[in-house]
Design a protein around this ligand. Structure first.
Ligand code: SAH
Length: 353
């Protein structure tokens, strides 16, 4: 018999309940199975100990649970942990745990590769192979939460969608994953501890507002004039700063959620006080804080990180003009786990095309 088994985690709770009802079984089995799948992250029907044997056998014959597998875990000397996650179709993505005092942040991927080709980003050099499913995003969070517990003896506190891929180009699955992560039947995490980072897909930023999401938004800005942004982020040609600004104002007014601008400081490209002034003008219409990020080398030598005295002057300028600005130093650089370095380097050279 050549039957393609369905991924059971594609079903909602109601669908599972209906499914058992149609089979003439008790409806509550749907909830039991759902809890095993999500709350307990169970990857094997045989371990669902409160189900009758016949039900477990039936599930085994008709469904699969496509759990992601930890490929090889690397631990940085600053405590950052990174791993490749092998997907059921052999694709690979990466996820990172970033520990900082009490804060334990999971950085997760949303796509295999990326289509946006930002010039400074290692993931941008990979092809976009496919979107991740909600369960594949959820599983990354579960694994990274477990690392926080076992390696750092602390609970996971935050989640950032700053791994591989552009989350707003995988809109439905990212929102479905966040729904599960925040629901009591899933991980029960607070939505305001989650930040989705985007290179700036204006239409989707507006959709987030229309969908009344409760998580925070980060915009990878990196340059505050179209001329400069076009040079490093091709997406800016179809989503220029004016259109972006309008979408962000819409998001801010309608959700009141936090917005952060990420700004990588590149040496002699966007690190002058004129650049800071341009950024200030962009910030005027949108209540946001600025995260100045150290550039992490990706091996091509095209960019260099700005000098720290320039970064400090840049931050001071913004602060002096009432824009909250912080400098974010890189974490996990020794294991290529820092922002923009996720490219499956250690795992699978064959996937890099
Ligand atoms: N596609 C999304 C999320 C992935 S990138 C986005 O663009 O926001 C996560 C963050 O890392 C972004 O702010 C991105 O611009 C930044 N980043 C990419 N390459 C980097 C590098 N080499 N050094 C530092 N930050 C980088």
């Amino acid at each position: 018999m050549d039957k393609k088994l369905q991924d059971i985690r594609a079903f909602s709770l109601d669908e599972l309940k209906d499914f058992f009802k149609e089979k003439g079984e008790a409806v509550f089995r749907g909830k039991q199975v759902y809890e095993w799948l999500w709350k307990k992250s169970c990857s094997n029907f045989d371990e669902m100990s409160n189900l009758p044997k016949a039900t477990r056998e039936f599930l085994n014959e008709n469904f699969v649970i496509n759990h992601i597998k930890v490929e090889d875990k690397q631990i940085s000397n600053d405590g950052t942990i990174k791993s490749g996650f092998r997907l059921h179709d052999k694709n690979l993505v990466e996820g990172v745990l970033i520990p900082a005092d009490e804060r334990m942040t999971a950085c997760v991927s949303s796509q295999v590769g990326c289509s946006l080709t930002c010039k400074f980003c290692a993931t941008g050099k990979l092809n976009r192979e496919r979107n991740l499913n909600p369960d594949e995003i959820y599983d990354q969070v579960v694994h990274i939460r477990d690392w926080a517990n076992t390696h750092h003896k602390k609970p996971l506190t935050n989640i950032v969608f700053m791994g591989m891929g552009e989350p707003l180009l995988n809109y439905n699955n990212v929102l479905a994953a966040i729904d599960k992560i925040t629901s009591p039947e899933g991980l029960g995490m607070a939505a305001d501890r989650i930040t989705v980072s985007t290179a700036g897909i204006s239409k989707m930023i507006k959709k987030l507002a229309d969908d009344k999401v409760r998580f925070n938004l980060a915009l990878s800005l990196h340059a505050a004039t179209d001329e400069k942004r076009n040079m490093i982020m091709p997406i800016n040609e179809s989503n220029n700063l004016e259109v972006l600004s309008e979408a962000l104002q819409y998001f801010s007014k309608n959700t009141k959620n936090k917005i952060t601008f990420e700004y990588i400081a590149f040496k002699d490209f966007n690190d002058s006080l004129i650049d800071a002034k341009n950024l200030l003008s962009f910030c005027k219409k949108i209540p946001a804080k600025v995260n100045i990020i150290e550039y992490n080398p990706t091996g091509d030598g095209e960019f260099e990180k700005a000098d720290s005295n320039k970064i400090d002057a840049f931050r001071d300028y913004l602060e002096a003009h009432n824009v909250r600005a912080t400098v974010r130093r890189s974490r996990g650089k020794d294991i290529d786990a820092a922002c923009g370095q996720l490219a499956n380097k250690k795992h699978d050279e064959a996937l890099i095309k």
